[in-house]
Write a protein that binds this ligand. Structure first.
Ligand code: DQA
Length: 145
């Protein structure tokens, strides 16, 4: 079983970027957490992808069609704006979990809308980088049903 973890803009800046909100661990640590959680959950493969570009994220979701069993996605700022990412997730219809490192529900009004959420069976917020491990656990449970 293959999982794909997709990260949107500025997540490559983890560790530098607003550490009071996103913590001091860097992007490499995020990748490591995903790989370790994937192994622990019994996935054969976990690919971790990051892009600052909306179209590249849409391309990646489309390329996953027929090749990937489940998606974990943190669309970052595109969460709140991108109908294109929502439509791509709906188009491929691959089971998906939405993750946010921060507790978006306690932040600014403009972060209260999530388009991607409409194509995800679960959402995890405010668990820091461990939220990705939690998301992979939920994904595995869902795929085994
Ligand atoms: C984020 C929350 C978004 O509102 C923000 O734009 C991000 C990161 C999170 O993981 O908490 O870039 O998705």
């Amino acid at each position: 079983m293959k999982a794909l973890v997709i990260n949107g803009p500025n997540l490559n800046m983890l560790g530098i970027r607003e550490p009071g909100i996103y913590g001091s661990d860097n992007y490499d640590r995020l990748v490591q957490i995903c790989q370790e959680a994937g192994t622990a959950q019994g996935f054969d493969e976990v690919e971790v992808f990051q892009s600052n570009h909306e179209g590249n994220i849409v391309d990646k979701i489309q390329e996953a069609y027929g090749k990937v069993d489940g998606i974990v996605i943190n669309p970052a700022a595109y969460t709140h704006t991108s109908v294109a990412i929502l439509d791509a997730l709906k188009a491929v219809a691959i089971p998906a979990v939405e993750v946010h490192i921060s507790a978006v529900e306690t932040r600014e009004d403009f972060r209260q809308v999530s388009y991607a959420r409409l194509a995800c069976f679960a959402t995890i917020t405010g668990e820091g980088l461990q939220g990705y491990a939690h998301a992979l656990e939920l994904l595995k449970e869902h795929l085994e049903k």
